[in-house]
Write a protein that binds this ligand. Structure first.
Ligand code: ARG
Length: 458
């Protein structure tokens, strides 16, 4: 038998393989609540504009709530023959209320219906991402505040570069996740136009009120071009690209936590709640959450690339290719939210090892730049020469197997005669970080100003 929704011109039903490749109900049932909200707004508008009767609209509205409660209760029997969530809901509505159900699809198509449902779903995920990002930023601010003046090594090439403060390092991630937050808000504002009423692609001859449905569904306005409205998936692509950039930030931080929690670094201790053990090595405490966050970026980039590939080259307006949008976005959203929550928990629970950080901060000739700057400031050497002199002192310390502050003044004089005892003041890591007072620098006062600015902004 042919399809009850569109089978009028068909003599035979679909092949089983056709049904299998065509059906999306296996995954798009996640949009049931959005589909029903959209249909309720549409039915109310059809009544308000006189397209259907008030009593039909009332029956539809009530019936849809019954369908929703069946789906929420898990008693709804989803049918693959009915392809997708839209037709499953409508077919059940017909069973419940009879003839008026057939009037719901007036002036509407599944093309504008699915675009509306999916936008509503993605919009909720933007909101969830905003909440998750704010929570993560607050956890980072907590860490930054506790250790605004704790010294640690700053790295370039993962080689000791210059001392920085723990607070400064935490605040670097606050800036990154802060940009993610602004991208989320930006994309959410841009996507908030309602496709409903674009119908199949050309709009409709019924006197519908698109302002009314847009408002009822919390959109800022109806989408301005019906062809664009049904063929646009930019909102999903922006969601995936914002997610990709954020996942990249999460992955970089996760990598640092993996390194920092190792026995070789001991910069941080992760809590038991966010660590796992080994089934053979009794001593192990592994940073599995950080490793999984580091890996999640792979599937999120994958989803972004997959949907970019699906959309490229599609002629206007709707093509069935676009049904491939949902699983990518669902998977990316689930894993992005999970990664944000896991990172927030890890950051909130972790303990920075102040002593290890300080010990590491002073090793590896981390204050060599301070020494070179001193030669410029006090002895008036050109920076290039100061750089060279300092390099010789580093080589000397290395040959003596000591750090710069442990060199004797006589050792210094063997490289440059005018160096005075004062130089040792700038070789300490605390002095070093306190001296970096330029805007955005690592000095504790600068870090505290950065923290205050963010607390204000949130
Ligand atoms: N299940 C479809 C999707 O996810 C709904 C829209 C179908 N429209 C159509 N004309 N076949 O995209």
């Amino acid at each position: 038998t042919s399809n009850q929704m569109w089978g009028g011109r068909f003599a035979a039903g679909p092949d089983a393989i056709m049904e299998a490749i065509n059906a999306s109900i296996g995954f798009d049932q996640r949009m049931a609540a959005q589909d029903i909200a959209g249909s309720r707004a549409h039915a109310a508008m059809l009544a308000a504009t006189g397209v259907i009767s008030d009593s039909d609209a009332e029956a539809i509205g009530k019936g849809l709530l019954t369908v929703l409660s069946e789906i929420e209760a898990g008693t709804f029997a989803f049918s693959t023959a009915l392809e997708d969530i839209h037709m499953n809901v409508e077919a059940r509505l017909k069973e419940i209320i009879g003839e008026p159900a057939g009037r719901l699809h007036t002036g509407r198509s599944r093309n504008d219906q699915v675009a509306t449902d999916f936008k509503l779903w993605v919009r909720d995920q933007f909101d969830a991402a905003e909440t998750g990002l704010i929570a993560l930023i607050k956890a980072l601010l907590g860490q930054a505040e506790a250790g605004a003046d704790w010294v640690m090594p700053g790295f370039t090439h993962l080689q000791t570069a210059q001392p920085v403060t723990w607070g400064h390092h935490m605040m670097a991630y606050v800036e990154m996740f802060g940009r993610d937050l602004s991208r989320v808000r930006d994309a959410r504002a841009r996507m908030n136009e309602c496709p409903l009423g674009a119908a199949a692609l050309a709009g409709t001859s019924f006197p519908i009120d698109r302002q009314m449905t847009a408002r009822a569904l919390g959109f800022d306005r109806p989408a301005a071009n019906s062809l664009d409205a049904v063929s646009d998936r930019d909102f999903a692509l922006e969601f995936l690209s914002v997610a990709s950039i954020c996942a990249m930030h999460l992955s970089r931080f996760a990598e640092e936590l993996v390194i920092w929690s190792s026995a070789q670094f001991r910069f941080v201790a992760l809590s038991d709640r966010f660590s796992t053990g080994s089934s053979i090595m009794p001593q192990k405490k592994n940073p599995d959450a950080a490793e999984l966050i580091r890996a999640k970026v792979g599937r999120i980039y994958g989803a972004n690339t997959a949907l970019m590939m699906v959309m490229k080259g599609l002629p206007l307006a709707y093509s069935k290719d676009m049904q491939e949008d949902k699983e990518q976005v669902f998977d990316a959203a689930d894993n992005w939210m999970l990664a944000l929550a896991a990172m927030e928990g890890m950051v909130r629970d972790m303990t920075a090892n102040r002593d290890s950080l300080a010990a590491a901060a002073g090793s590896g000739f981390s204050t060599a730049t301070d020494l070179a700057d001193w030669l410029v400031r006090v002895l008036g050497l050109p920076f290039r020469e100061a750089h060279h002199v300092t390099g010789s002192l580093v080589a000397l310390a290395e040959s003596k197997n000591c750090d710069l502050p442990e060199l004797a003044l006589s050792d210094m004089h063997s490289v440059h005669k005018e160096i005075t005892q004062d130089v040792f003041e700038v070789l300490g890591v605390d002095n070093s970080v306190r001296s970096r007072t330029s805007y955005g620098g690592t000095a504790p006062d600068q870090v505290r100003a950065q923290i205050a600015r963010w607390k204000d902004a949130l």
